[in-house]
Design a protein around this ligand. Structure first.
Ligand SMILES: Cc1cc2nc3c(=O)[nH]c(=O)nc-3n(C[C@H](O)[C@H](O)[C@H](O)COP(=O)(O)OP(=O)(O)OC[C@H]3O[C@@H](n4cnc5c(N)ncnc54)[C@H](O)[C@@H]3O)c2cc1C
Ligand SMILES: NC(=O)c1ccc[n+]([C@@H]2O[C@H](COP(=O)([O-])OP(=O)(O)OC[C@H]3O[C@@H](n4cnc5c(N)ncnc54)[C@H](OP(=O)(O)O)[C@@H]3O)[C@@H](O)[C@H]2O)c1
Length: 411
């Protein structure tokens, strides 16, 4: 059983700069001059070795959220906290084998690789093409082939986009191949319908000053059942299941999601679930640099017992005087949902005070609902705390954005 979180509202002691941390803080983070870091990019990712792949939830959790560490040794890769790293996955070999079989191919057939030159069908499906989500181009080709799919044909009409999306939801490319075995494709015809496999971005969860040799990530492993099959997110399961013996190709991407330049400025961080990733990095960075600004974290997860990840880290940050305050929202520990924005509203007055004292406000995680709801809560807090009407509160929030004191990293 993980103990209930401590909530401290007392004024923090000034952050202690531990000896080992002070040593790290004094180290330069720029890569050495001979570094090949410049060379590591989308076209030439660094083959990182996966050092740590640890599930963060207890076995009874509904989630599979993992802590990954990828070695940067010899890469010279540099980044700032708030940046993301792109990971180039390869597809699941079992799914590739199933698609090859459904095409009636052997896998050894030659195709044109989007990287240039020739590849075997098997190699192309593993490395080069997105083979899970059906694209409009693919659906159109299925619908056109010998009227093999009358319903799909009807749903391709421009005024039935919504119905098409509902029909396709949860279906993958392989389902259409299995559903329509009478359609024949040459391997080249088939791959020409697939988009290129894209790298996925992950918020960096560590500071280079604290962890110069490895980059950390917090990743929700995407697995779900649809139409009677288990589906796997390409990149999250690549890291979780298929990277033990082969490199994880990575390259850094620069973001505007930055800590304030002024180390004395207070920050409020709202990061439920994997959204906590950049904030772990922010806290490490503030500790490593001896920044004296106050730090307040809102963290949310399903259940305290199974999903309160990094509690030990947060306890240590609190003990070290880095984490001024942490408020948690465990949504499924009671009959009604409690979310981070509910915790924010409970502390309206204090948040308003921090904002008036120059706090920067950060949100990371789910874009679809959470970030919108947190935004609404922030506006409500400004109304309540500042005695403003809705329009004035909106102006206040827009001003925060203009001053680069309200930043979001949402996906
Ligand atoms: C800037 C940025 C930072 C990010 N940081 C992080 C991070 O720190 N941690 C993190 O975990 N992710 C992060 N992401 C998301 C990450 O990039 C990937 O999108 C995510 O890991 C899923 O990729 P995947 O390849 O595993 O899944 P994909 O193969 O891309 O599959 C995901 C798709 O599967 C489908 N799907 C998923 N669930 C269901 C379902 N139940 N029913 C039907 N269809 C479904 C949806 O179409 C969904 O888009 C970030 C994204 C961005 C843009
Ligand atoms: N683009 C992608 O491929 C991708 C990758 C990773 C995650 N995501 C999305 O990001 C979201 C977060 O995923 P995660 O695994 O990091 O966290 P998570 O564990 O799914 O969610 C973290 C916490 O946020 C809560 N929550 C749900 N809706 C909320 C809302 N409107 N406002 C505030 N909190 C809310 C959850 O509660 P309940 O679950 O109990 O409602 C849970 O307690 C998910 O919706 C997921 O689909 C997308």
């Amino acid at each position: 059983m993980i103990a209930a979180p401590e909530i401290s509202v007392a004024a923090p002691p000034p952050p202690a700069l531990r000896d080992d941390v002070a040593e790290i803080a004094n180290q330069p983070i720029a890569p050495p001059e001979s570094s090949p870091a410049e060379a590591y990019s989308r076209k030439n990712p660094f083959p990182g070795r996966l050092l740590v792949n640890r599930r963060l939830n207890s076995p009874d959790s509904e989630k599979d959220t993992r802590h990954f560490e990828i070695s940067l040794e010899g890469s010279g890769i540099a980044y700032e906290v708030g940046d993301s790293m792109a990971v180039y996955p390869t597809n699941d070999p079992a799914l590739v084998a199933e698609i090859v079989a459904a095409l009636g191919a052997t896998g050894d057939e030659e195709i044109l690789s989007p990287r240039g030159g020739a590849a075997t069908l098997r190699e192309g499906l593993l490395r080069d093409f997105a083979i899970t989500q059906p694209t409009p181009k693919f659906l159109k080709a299925i619908a056109q082939r010998a009227n093999a799919a009358p319903l799909l044909n009807e749903l391709m009409a421009p005024d039935r986009k919504h119905e098409l999306a509902t029909y396709v939801f949860g279906l993958e490319v392989v389902d259409f191949l299995l559903e329509h075995p009478s359609i024949t494709w040459t391997p080249q015809e088939f791959v020409a319908l697939l988009p290129k496999l894209q790298p996925r971005l992950y918020s960096i969860a560590s500071s280079l000053r604290m962890h110069p040799e490895a980059v950390h990530f917090i990743i929700d492993v995407v697995r779900y059942r649809s139409h009677g099959r288990v589906r796997k997110g390409v990149c999250s399961t690549f890291l979780a299941e298929r990277c033990a013996d082969s490199p994880a190709p990575i390259f850094p991407t620069v973001s505007k999601f930055r800590l304030p330049e002024d180390g004395d400025a207070p920050i409020i961080m709202v990061g439920p679930g994997t959204g906590v990733a950049p904030f772990r990095a922010f806290l490490q960075e503030r500790q490593a640099t001896g920044a004296r600004g106050r730090n307040w974290l809102f963290f949310g997860a399903q259940r305290v017992q199974s999903d309160y990840f990094y509690k030990e880290d947060f306890d240590q940050f609190s003990a070290d005087g880095i984490l001024t305050r942490i408020d948690t929202a465990f949504s499924r520990d009671q009959a009604h949902k409690i979310y981070v924005q509910d915790r924010m509203v409970e502390s309206s007055g204090e948040i308003w005070k921090w904002l008036e004292e120059g706090a920067h406000f950060y949100v990371c995680g789910d874009a679809k609902r959470m970030a919108k709801d947190v935004d609404a809560a922030l506006r409500q807090i400004v109304q309540q705390g500042g005695g403003k009407d809705a329009e004035q509160a909106n102006e206040y929030v827009e001003k925060l954005k203009g001053e680069k004191r309200y930043k979001r990293d949402v996906y």
